[in-house]
Write a protein that binds this ligand. Structure first.
Ligand code: NAG
Ligand code: NAG
Ligand code: NAG
Length: 386
């Protein structure tokens, strides 16, 4: 057995094999080391559900339920995969992209086992509908400009035709992919449009997932404070509720002045007020706010299943609840050609000939710990235990 381990950037030993083999490393500026990115694409994605088990998700129980949740005849509702030649993954991916512009979209499936998870026809229909909505409401369209007016004038006095979820990045790449998939699920459930803000470490990492439009927030986006928010920001939804509670006011302070945007603080350390996001009444209220900013380090998709008004839609989209990230991940995350080149070269050099591949995610929280010692221990133990 051959074990390939790549430490994260801060603990990188000088003899890193990647430095010699992959000169393009400099292309990935910022804090996410190449090794980590490769690890996420090659290893972490398949393992993600397992890793999640250890996370502090508000509703971890459902992960253990691998039951079928559909009502009625399953087989008719699902797409069957046509094997590795099926470039659009049974219709999960949209047609209408130039293949060369994002090779990984069409090639990555051939590096993986065929998906054993059924894909509902309903999900495919909803994705196509979403893509059409995103084209209509995407950045710099007339409808986008119209909703943007409300933000600029700081008023929310008319119903917008296009409403948005703005995702802002936090934490490492793995967390980002999980929260981004969760935010996308939320936009599907609320008929909103997902726009993302990327920072230096994420620029040019992923291809655009929706054809003929963009999911990137324009750089001159006029929201005050964007993209930096915290649980203490005045427009933080939890903070608004906290203020309302302490004001001890019988009439609804929040409702009196409907803001043009709100920030949803969905971090692992969020309090009861922030968690109100997952309550039915709060969801009804949030419907009236055209711009919702989501900041999270948490895979919050499971908690959306606890909101009664989304229950039916979710059961149609994902009759098997534990496949949400599997399908949305394959739909959303496609490394750009530069990154894909690195991934495939890494694969050819280190993984292609291996009979068996085992992913080990090493996380060291105490920065002072001697990384090489820990690495040696892990390798020795892995080899000993086969
Ligand atoms: C929306 O606004 C932007 C920036 O002001 C402008 O460039 C663009 O043409 C507008 N779009 C439409 C369809 O009017
Ligand atoms: C909403 O408020 C803005 C700014 O005060 C104003 O220009 C606009 O006409 C108002 N729209 C409606 C429907 O009242
Ligand atoms: C609100 O104020 C009333 C009267 O001043 C008081 O009796 C009540 O306990 C207060 N409630 C909270 C939640 O602070």
């Amino acid at each position: 057995m051959r074990i390939v381990v790549k430490p994260s950037r801060s603990q990188q030993p000088s003899t890193s094999f990647l430095n010699s083999g992959v000169p393009e490393k400099r292309l990935l500026k910022g804090t996410l080391g190449l090794g980590f990115i490769l690890m996420v694409f090659l290893v972490v994605i398949p393992l993600v559900v397992i890793i999640l088990g250890g996370h502090q998700s508000p509703l971890p129980i459902w992960l253990r339920e691998v039951g079928v949740w559909a009502r009625g005849g399953l087989e008719d509702n699902f797409v069957t995969s046509k094997g590795p030649k099926d470039k659009l993954l049974g219709g999960l991916l949209p047609a209408g992209f130039h293949e060369e512009s994002c090779l990984s979209r069409y090639q990555s499936a051939s590096y993986r086992k065929a998906s054993s998870h059924l894909l509902s026809h309903y999900l495919l229909r909803r994705l196509r509908k979403y893509e059409a909505l995103h084209r209509r409401c995407g950045p710099n369209t007339a409808l986008y400009n119209k909703t943007l007016e409300q933000l600029k004038k700081r008023c929310n006095n008319e119903t917008a035709e296009c409403n948005y979820v703005l995702w802002i990045p936090f934490s490492g790449l793995g967390n980002r992919m999980l929260t981004l998939a969760s935010a996308f699920l939320y936009t599907l459930l609320t008929n909103r449009v997902l726009l993302i803000h990327t920072d230096a470490s994420m620029n040019d990492l992923f291809c655009e997932p929706f054809p003929h439009t963009s999911w990137l927030v324009p750089s001159d986006f006029p929201m005050k404070g964007f993209p930096k928010f915290s649980s203490n920001s005045p427009r933080c939804y939890g903070k608004m509720l906290r203020r309302k509670a302490s004001a001890n006011n019988s009439d609804d302070v929040v409702k009196q002045r409907l803001p043009a945007y709100a920030y949803l603080h969905l971090f692992h350390d969020y309090d009861d007020f922030d968690m109100h996001f997952f309550c039915e009444d709060d969801q009804k209220f949030l419907q009236n706010i055209p711009w919702l900013v989501i900041g999270s380090d948490n895979y919050f998709a499971p908690s959306l299943f606890s909101i009664p008004s989304y229950e039916e839609e979710l059961s149609r989209l994902f009759p098997k609840r534990d496949t949400v990230f599997h399908h949305l991940g394959r739909y959303l995350f496609h490394p750009t050609n530069t990154v894909w080149g690195m991934i495939t070269r890494f694969y050819q050099a280190y993984l292609a000939k291996a009979k068996e591949r085992v992913g080990i995610q090493i996380r060291i929280f105490n920065r002072g710990s001697p990384f090489m010692n820990i690495l040696d221990q892990i390798l020795a133990c892995s080899l000993r235990e086969n």
